[in-house]
Design a protein around this ligand. Structure first.
Ligand code: F6P
Length: 550
């Protein structure tokens, strides 16, 4: 790959940044009354306002040149065509195939059409969800299932948990669906404490079926069931979602109760596969199909829309501008919707596990980017936790504000208040407040004259802080599918520009391997070979404490 920073588009952006570094968004709005209309895009019920960014028409034009120069469209087409763009693992990344509708034709991979298997899995998801929801699926004692425990972690849990949490109507009928994703035994104990083995079903979701946390929890669940109902009960109370059928069978889950996961689906891109089974169980199979349809709608938009009106491309380019030219060190995902409280963590894995890399596809150091820290909380709660840093911190933190125009709130009076904060925060971050305005505020608040000099500087807000505002008509399964796919493709656009592979995650392997070594030594009392004095010292203290307690 040619050097990114010596490319004409990058150099032009660098020069342009120098030209506009003193610009203020306030002035850009004052100088261009149609700025909002020019810098916003819609797709069905989803609307993106990106006008509160420190960009001009020239900025956008130069960013689009960068997208063309780094062949964003070419790489996009290669992804959709199933080429092995996961370069270090020699795999395709075909999560887009998982949401293609019935009858939409074939998707060839290594000379065979993968769609029959995808559609068969989707049919099995539907049938399984219907059988569980209707009581047709019964446990070892003939009782209907009243609770489903999904055991998985990372991409094998964040998606279904976030979707179920955000779309499960209050007081919904059907089985309880709970998620266990941490090896801390407190979590699975809490999940099981009020349940009966006779009416509880477990889904063990793990692409590799070797993730220590997941398998440990699965074993605990299995023992809990067998202690009550005997070995034979496993066949009626366990489902597996995995790409490792052999290890699944060794665990004792039947082939009939096993859903396949393919190696061309990355973990953090797998909610559209049988990993999403809890969604179909909790919300009904039609809702799961609507989620797929929303994502497919965004896929078509990403594939067909011209770059300048392409939502994932625009969002990706603005992120590159914020990170590489304005120096943004974090991205806050701020959903003004309590149901979407899981969205920031979902997008966090998507962004940071995909693009949190320092090497490009060829294994050489990346010259620019890459993923910043991604975090967030639902509004308005986040306002009382970290917005001080957003408004007056030294680190520049870009923000994505997200809100539905229609609320599921039944009180009727709260939504306007929620949205008033949604509108106000991005305005305040953009506009800031100068000294004269700060003086006026202190005057209006009756701040004693003697106190004003000491407070003035602290009441000034620099502003010019970049934000995107995404407004949707309402959060239903289709819209949520659009939104998730929007971020998947945004992350992909950025990976292409930075020249990295977003579909592998070697960085998580080392920690996992070392944890396995430490666990082995904890079990047999030996030293962790080659571990530092710090780690040895910590383990020694732990062992001494354990010895005292036994
Ligand atoms: O975090 C690393 C990772 O491999 C994720 O990419 C994946 O979603 C998660 O662990 C769980 O992996 P598995 O589905 O194989 O248990």
């Amino acid at each position: 790959m040619a050097s990114l920073k010596s490319s004409p588009a990058w150099k032009a952006l660098k020069a342009h940044h120098k030209e506009i570094s003193g610009a203020r968004m306030r002035d850009l709005f004052a100088d261009e009354p149609k700025r909002f209309e020019r810098l916003s895009l819609g797709l069905g019920g989803l609307f993106l306002d990106y006008s509160k960014n420190l960009i001009t028409a020239d900025t956008l034009s130069l960013l689009l040149d960068l997208a063309r120069e780094t062949e964003v469209e070419g790489w996009r087409d290669r992804m959709f065509a199933g080429e092995p763009i996961n370069t270090t693992e020699g795999r395709a990344a075909l999560h887009v195939a998982l949401r293609r509708p019935q009858g939409s034709g074939s998707v060839a991979l290594d000379g065979r059409d993968i769609m029959p298997a995808v559609l068969a899995s989707r049919d099995k998801i539907r049938k399984t969800a219907e059988d569980i929801r209707s009581g047709t699926w019964t446990g070892a004692t003939g009782d209907a299932i009243q609770a489903v425990i999904h055991i998985g972690t990372g991409g094998s849990h964040l998606g279904p948990e976030m979707v179920c949490e955000s779309l499960r109507p209050l007081g919904a009928s059907g089985p309880k669906v709970r998620f266990v994703s941490n090896v801390d035994g407190v979590q699975i104990a809490a999940a099981l404490e009020d349940l009966k083995p006779e009416t509880t079903l477990f889904i063990v979701a793990s692409k590799t079926f070797t993730t220590e946390e997941t398998i440990t929890n699965a074993r605990t669940a299995k023992n809990w069931l067998i202690d009550a109902l005997g070995d034979e009960a496993v066949a009626k109370h366990f489902i597996a979602v995995s790409g490792n059928a052999g290890v699944v069978a060794d665990f004792g889950i039947t082939a009939d109760n096993t859903f396949d996961l393919w190696d061309w689906v990355g973990g953090r891109y797998s909610v559209w596969s049988a990993i999403g089974l809890p969604i179909a169980i909790a919300l009904g199979p039609d809702a799961f199909d609507d989620l797929l349809a929303g994502a497919h709608d965004m896929d078509n938009h990403f594939k067909d829309a011209p770059l300048e009106s392409n939502l994932p491309v625009i969002l990706g380019l603005i992120g590159v501008w914020n990170i590489d030219f304005l120096g943004a060190q974090a991205l806050a995902i701020l959903p003004y919707d309590e149901g979407l409280r899981g969205l920031p963590n979902y997008i966090r894995q998507l962004e940071m596990e995909s693009n949190g890399k320092a090497l490009n596809r060829e294994g050489a150091p990346v010259e620019a980017g890459t993923a910043t820290v991604v975090f967030g909380d639902p509004g308005t709660r986040g306002q009382h936790a970290f917005y001080q840093a957003l408004h007056q911190g030294r680190q520049l933190i870009a923000c994505d504000f997200i809100a539905p125009m229609e609320s599921r709130d039944k009180t009727g009076s709260h939504h306007d208040r929620l949205l008033a904060n949604f509108f106000a925060q991005s305005e305040a971050l953009m506009k800031g407040r100068n000294k004269d305005e700060a003086e006026a505020v202190m005057e209006a608040q009756g701040v004693p004259a003697k106190d004003r000099p000491g407070q003035l500087a602290h009441r000034v807000f620099e502003g010019n802080r970049p934000t995107n505002s995404i407004m949707v008509e309402k959060f239903d399964a289709f819209t949520l599918g659009q939104l998730i796919a929007l971020y998947e493709h945004k992350v992909f656009v950025q990976s292409v520009i930075w020249g990295i592979n977003p579909f592998d995650q070697w960085g998580v392997e080392w920690g996992k391997e070392l944890a396995t070594q430490v666990l082995a030594e904890l079990d047999n009392g030996g030293d962790v070979k080659g571990a530092s004095a710090s780690t040895q010292g910590l383990i020694k203290r732990y062992r001494a404490h354990k010895a005292k307690k036994t």
